[in-house]
Design a protein around this ligand. Structure first.
Ligand code: 5GP
Length: 237
């Protein structure tokens, strides 16, 4: 499938039209940003790793009955996806306290949660992706109440599917961010699921295998992405 017009360029990906109006190509870049693009850099081969890991995890979800936008991986950095209208909500599921939740609640990173915590953020870089509650979502008409219920149920189902899959690969799924798209009346899990969008900790040592290595200048960033790919995909990307 050939790349057509560039429709969108984000921090880590480009999205292209294809000859089929119902299909788009997601192209994964090595560019990395953090803290709302105040920190910028490159993680060598990140695009290749994220494309492969997303392919594997979308496949795991599809086999578990979760509808996603994934169609097929076309090449090292290109993925064919269903063309959907992205819901402007970033959905975060957390199993362990980390990142902004540790800061917001004043609790230590690493504290296990007795049940998953679900959060919604407005997908708006200019505003710094602020936290939303259901009233904000209704006021801004970001999703209907039925859509929001479906989004929440699906996000928790994604967690219930991916957690044991990763646990079997010696990875703790600490937290992750999902995006959803509308496609012919159906909600699909969209975007990507990879070390950019998940916190992945080694089950034994707690060693971070995700983008926090870049965000926090922890070093060995590329090695961590490769190790995540090796464990999740069975081979290095
Ligand atoms: P936190 O709110 O603690 O910063 O992030 C929670 C989880 O969601 C982390 O796994 C983080 O990677 C992911 N996440 C939240 N917002 C974004 C975002 O704008 N971009 C990416 N790549 N991940 C995000």
């Amino acid at each position: 499938m050939d790349r057509g017009e560039l429709l969108y360029e984000g921090k880590a990906k480009q999205v292209y039209r294809t000859p089929d109006p119902d299909r788009l190509i997601q192209h994964f870049k090595d560019d990395a940003t953090a803290f709302n693009a105040q920190k910028r850099g490159t993680i060598v081969s990140k695009g290749i790793v994220n494309n492969r890991i997303s392919e594997v995890l979308f496949g795991v979800l599809e086999r578990a009955g979760v509808a996603t936008h994934f169609v097929e991986r076309l090449s090292e950095r290109d993925m064919l996806v269903r063309a959907c209208q992205i819901v402007k909500i970033e959905v975060v599921v957390r199993n362990v306290i980390a990142g902004s939740l540790a800061t917001r609640l004043g609790r230590p990173e690493g504290e296990a949660l007795p049940e998953p915590i679900l959060e919604h953020y407005l997908k708006d870089d200019a505003l710094g992706d602020p936290l939303l509650n259901d009233w904000h979502i209704r006021f801004l008409q970001l999703a209907t109440p039925d859509e929001l219920a479906a989004i929440n149920a699906t996000a928790l189902r994604v967690n219930a599917v991916l957690r044991p899959y990763l646990d079997a690969r010696q990875i703790v799924l600490v937290d992750f961010k999902l995006e959803f798209g509308r496609h012919h009346g159906q909600l699909l899990v969209a975007d990507e699921i990879c070390p950019d969008t998940c916190r992945l900790w080694d089950k034994t040592t707690g060693h971070k295998l995700d983008k926090d290595r870049f965000r926090r200048d922890l070093g060995a960033v590329e090695e961590a992405y490769q190790e995540a790919a090796r464990r999740i995909c069975g081979v290095a990307a």
